[in-house]
Design a protein around this ligand. Structure first.
Ligand SMILES: [Zn+2]
Length: 1027
């Protein structure tokens, strides 16, 4: 929807807002959090002092009372918190926390962990001071422990690493502000997500976690691990970062996150309680104790130490905590009483951190894992690879909101309080930050919630956009020096923008959130006519109109194109005016429509030529002119017929699970009706495959990639067949069963068809079992040539035959897949019709990374277009108007990505910088080389630092360093002065110098966690820093 924010009293009032002209808030000493890769001095007992005592010569069974509270799934977040709609699912988080706190107070040995800060913080703010004090005591004593501590327990397959870092930061910041060190989680806890990414492990390590526990992994993998005693090992989360920076001790929980069978004592369970009265016919102590001892002994066979863990709880349990604790009290007393009769099993209330502490003290040597835990299958025909693509519209909205949130954060940081309160009212980033955190939940961005919950997620995002639009208006007015009626066209992706479609003149301000300059093709729907576009200096720039026959105006309104040049971390304002004397039919180019062409059809620019088959209208060949590479590429759309169960298995394809019912997908159409559009600023081929599937393939001048904008839906299901639609690229590349996918948008993992790196796979679903998450890119290569496809949201993807790659763009299913959501993925609402973009790069394998890294960076953090009618009042009569602005005094080098610039309280900012290239990834332009940021030296001292040299000698930096060719960081930003810097861990919840992690010894040699001299002010390859 288009929305508009208007300054109070606009458009006349000058307003009472006086600011000094220079945006340098002298009264605000700003300091930075600097978060860098290496976070880890040697081990100490920090945070573990309150752990219970154990029996060194016995099998210690750590009972972990916990509740798993989904931040939306079958019910909305608010319905879960308050316990509304218990007819859908009995669940009320506020009662759980009330009940647990009371139960903990009854017995000092009882312990409980809590995970989801979205719920906890809400409950906390509703408590009295007295209750808050009681809870603080429980936390201090380790009786209430926070595990994970993110706003939500995020999904790992459909999430971008930037959003993961943001959501963890939000939750952990609440804990740090509320409980200090006592509340800081030591253990990451992802008991429910449906598969685990390597990047997540790397991030957790850099956040300072000592260990990680999860519940779901492939059933074959689990079986092999049990036999090999590898349920617990060290996960090496990065191929670029030098160990142990991204190493994380990782444990697989024995029962997912549920209690052992027959031992569930929640109000939601039916297992019999402990009956101690020998007179009662229900007396069950002996049977229960024997059973428990058997379960414990059996479990211990698959774990290396004399400690095992049992998760005592499940979804939304502990609403009546007394039931659980009363029976656990008895169980502990009764089982431990057997020690007098020779039993060597000791049961205790514990927590994940205390269990981890015992594993660490065992001082064993652990094996190392290098790959990830995708895809996840819980049976031969049950691959959880559908959710990689489920609800593509919501997935795109989430990614777009990430983009908008970063713009909002940056302008809040650059402009300061004048962005929060200004002529347009009060604006802030917090609501969108919280909504985005909620969207990372493993039933949100995954698309695995009920429909009404998915609608509520979208509502939360939309509600978060509003205050950010106000903030942007305040900030842009301040920076531009004019109070305009700013308009945010939220439907530009489908060519709807009321202002540009009706106004004869308007202003276009485009903000670039990257730390480097970009050129951006602006494309706006307009009324018919001829327009003149002027750049920030008032010079006319080339512009173009794309027109379609009038019968088609609804779908394709006339569009105005011009290329905008945007400064780093800043904006340019262009003006657009209609030429009044324009006569229809005068000059606008018309598309040429034909079913069939006599000779191959091409579109091209200076870098690329794309050829289409004249008979079928399909993409036929891509040529990279610079590298003289030609690759036959046939691209079209297919659909898998979704299984509804068969003789082999009753498993149907659903929101979670992908299960096609035949080997080969069916083409949507064997040919496409095509139209050619060629103007000075764009060349495009419009392909129509069917009434519900079309695509525009386009090239703009200067761009090195081909853009494929696809539109799919509503998928017809009147034939009673559920359909899963893919875009497939077929080439003759000899890829030897290999393809490559990103991990949460960051490092790249090699995938091999019908293969898993750590066990001999028995492949039972040849399509679904080869699907992997694609967050930003997938590629295939024969070693010489590489075909890369970038996505604009998370999707599932694969290469099911050599030379081929495919991405699942949409799915509509008529059956539920039996994983609890109990609703078929019909998407009858606004999610039924989806438009998206695939950006295709053809390059040499050696040069490919430079292309896809920088393009992906720009795709995730795209420029933000803001329109205004013009004619606004001056912001401040003394201030000169500005049509161009950069928040940076000079650009960042291309290998350094500005991940976060955000306000952090009234006097501080949070800055994260990262090296966005992996080790050895780019040889051509040397973009993989380390970059040194000298934070506290003068420009004249910008040379290889002594410290950097020392690090290099120690081997911490893989390659010779580059010196950044820009001024010292204190001078980097144009709107504020840095007065003090603090270096913190990745999530900014502890100073880096104070951070410590446990040491683990691995069978690859060496101790995992090094001393605390880290790279310091250097960013290693693929490194990330936070300032
Ligand atoms: Zn869950």
């Amino acid at each position: 929807m288009a929305s508009e924010v208007c300054p109070r009293g606009c458009p006349y009032a000058a307003g009472p807002w006086t600011f000094s002209r220079a945006l340098r808030p002298q009264h605000l000493p700003l300091c930075f959090f600097l978060l860098l890769w290496l976070a880890a001095p040697g081990a100490r007992a920090g945070g573990y002092e309150t752990c219970p005592t154990v029996q060194p010569n016995m099998l210690n069974v750590h009972l972990v009372p916990h509740t798993h509270d989904d931040v939306g799934w079958l019910k909305t977040v608010d319905q879960y918190f308050y316990g509304i709609k218990n007819d859908i699912q009995h669940a009320g988080v506020q009662y759980i926390l009330d009940s647990v706190i009371s139960a903990l107070l009854e017995d000092p040995t009882r312990r409980f962990i809590y995970v989801e800060i979205a719920f906890f913080s809400r409950w906390w703010h509703q408590q009295t001071n007295a209750t808050q004090e009681v809870v603080r005591d429980l936390v201090r004593q380790g009786r209430l422990e926070f595990a994970n501590g993110g706003w939500v327990m995020n999904d790992e397959a459909a999430t971008h690493y930037g959003a993961i870092v943001d959501q963890m930061t939000l939750g952990l910041r609440f804990l740090e502000d509320t409980f200090g060190n006592d509340g800081r989680p030591r253990v990451a806890w992802h008991v429910d997500p449906f598969g685990h990414s390597r990047e997540q492990a790397s991030l957790f390590a850099q956040m300072g976690f000592d260990g990680f526990f999860f519940g779901r992994l492939d059933y074959q993998d689990k079986w092999v691990r049990m036999q090999k005693l590898e349920m617990e090992q060290v996960w090496r989360g990065s191929a670029s970062l030098k160990p142990p920076t991204a190493d994380l001790f990782t444990g697989v929980l024995p029962n997912g996150y549920n209690p052992p069978r027959n031992l569930c004592w929640d109000v939601l369970c039916v297992d019999p309680p402990v009956v101690e009265d020998p007179q009662s016919p229900e007396y069950n102590v002996k049977e229960l104790v024997d059973y428990f001892l058997n379960v414990a002994t059996a479990q211990s066979r698959y774990y290396l130490t004399n400690h095992i863990v049992m998760t005592m709880g499940s979804d939304f349990q502990y609403e009546n905590a007394n039931m659980w604790f009363k029976n656990l009290d008895k169980l502990i007393r009764l089982v431990n009483a057997q020690q007098a009769k020779g039993s060597s099993v000791h049961v205790l209330y514990s927590t994940p951190a205390c269990y981890l502490w015992e594993l660490n003290k065992a001082n064993l040597t652990w094996s190392v894992k290098h790959d990830d835990f995708f895809p996840y299958a819980d049976g031969p025909h049950q691959f959880w690879t559908g959710y990689f693509s489920s609800r593509p519209a919501l997935k795109r909205y989430e990614r777009l909101s990430y983009n908008f949130l970063q713009v909002c954060n940056q302008l809040e940081a650059l402009v300061g309080p004048a962005a929060n309160v200004g002529p347009y009212g009060s604006g802030e980033s917090a609501p969108l930050n919280e909504a985005m955190a909620v969207l990372q939940h493993h039933d949100a961005v995954t698309g695995t919630s009920r429909q009404h919950v998915a609608d509520d997620y979208a509502r939360q995002l939309a509600a978060g956009w509003g205050p950010c639009e106000v903030l942007l208006s305040n900030a842009l007015a301040r920076l531009r020096g004019f109070k305009e009626r700013f308009t945010f066209c939220r439907q530009l992706n489908i060519s709807i923008c009321p202002l540009s479609q009706t106004a004869a003149r308007f202003l276009v301000t485009i903000y670039n959130p990257l730390g480097r300059k970009v050129n951006w093709m602006v494309r706006l729907p307009v009324s018919e006519g001829v327009f003149v576009v002027k750049d920030p200096n008032g010079r006319t720039v080339p512009s173009d109109m794309v027109m379609f026959p009038s019968s088609d105006r609804q779908a394709h309104p006339p569009e105005l194109l011009f290329s905008a040049s945007l400064p780093a971390l800043g904006f340019s304002t262009y003006s657009v005016a209609q030429v009044p004397s324009w006569k229809p039919q005068a000059r606008a180019p018309r598309p040429i429509l034909r079913r069939s062409w006599s000779h191959p059809l091409t579109i091209e620019n200076e870098h690329i030529q794309v050829t289409f088959d004249p008979d079928t209208g399909l993409l036929m060949e891509i040529m990279n002119k610079n590298q003289q590479l030609r690759l036959p590429v046939r691209q079209t759309f297919f659909w898998y017929n979704a299984s509804i169960g068969d003789n082999e298995s009753a498993q149907a394809s659903g929101a979670y699970i992908f299960r096609p019912n035949q080997q080969e997908p069916l083409p949507v159409s064997r040919w496409a009706q095509i139209r050619l559009v060629k103007t000075a600023l764009v060349q495009e081929v419009h392909q129509k495959f069917s009434a519900w599937c079309s695509q525009v393939i386009r090239l703009y001048p200067g761009q090195q990639h081909v853009e494929l904008e696809w539109s799919v839906g509503p998928i017809p299901v009147g034939d009673t067949w559920g359909k899963e639609v893919i875009s497939r690229f077929d080439t003759p590349l000899e890829t030897k069963g290999r393809f490559y996918t990103d991990s949460n948008g960051r490092e790249i993992l090699e995938r091999r068809r019908d293969y898993r790196p750590t066990w001999k796979l028995n492949q039972t679903e040849p399509m679904a079992g080869n699907y992997y998450p694609v967050n930003t890119r997938i590629y295939i290569t024969d070693g010489n040539m590489q075909l890369t496809v970038l996505t604009d949201r998370s999707q599932g993807g694969s290469s099911l035959r050599d030379g081929s790659l495919e991405l699942m763009v949409h799915r509509r299913l008529l059956k539920d897949d039996g994983r609890g959501v109990s609703e078929p993925l019909m998407e009858n609402g606004s999610g039924s019709w989806v438009r998206g973009r695939h950006l295709v790069l053809l390059d040499t394998a050696q040069a490919a990374a430079a292309g896809h890294r920088l393009l992906a960076e720009q795709e995730v953090l795209a420029p933000q277009v803001v329109l205004a009618a013009g004619g606004g009042a001056p912001y401040n009569l003394r201030a000169a108007p500005r049509t161009q602005f950069s928040g940076l005094r000079s650009e960042l080098p291309p290998s350094v990505h500005l991940l976060t610039l955000a306000s952090w309280g009234p006097e501080m900012l949070l800055l994260r910088l990262e090296h966005q290239f992996a080790v050895g990834e780019d040889s051509g332009r040397n973009l993989s080389a380390p970059v040194t940021l000298n934070l506290r030296v003068r420009r004249a001292e910008l040379r290889r630092s002594e410290r950097g040299k020392k690090e290099e000698e120690k081997g911490n930096l893989a390659l010779p360093q580059l010196i950044c060719a820009y001024p010292r960081l204190q001078d980097l930003f144009s709107t504020f002065t840095i007065t003090r810097l603090q270096e913190t861990t990745l999530v900014a919840n502890q100073l880096r110098e104070a951070a410590s992690r446990l040491k683990w010894t691995t069978n690859t040699g060496g101790v995992l966690v090094r001393g605390k001299e880290g790279v310091g002010s250097c960013l290693g390859p693929a490194g990330r820093g936070n300032v």
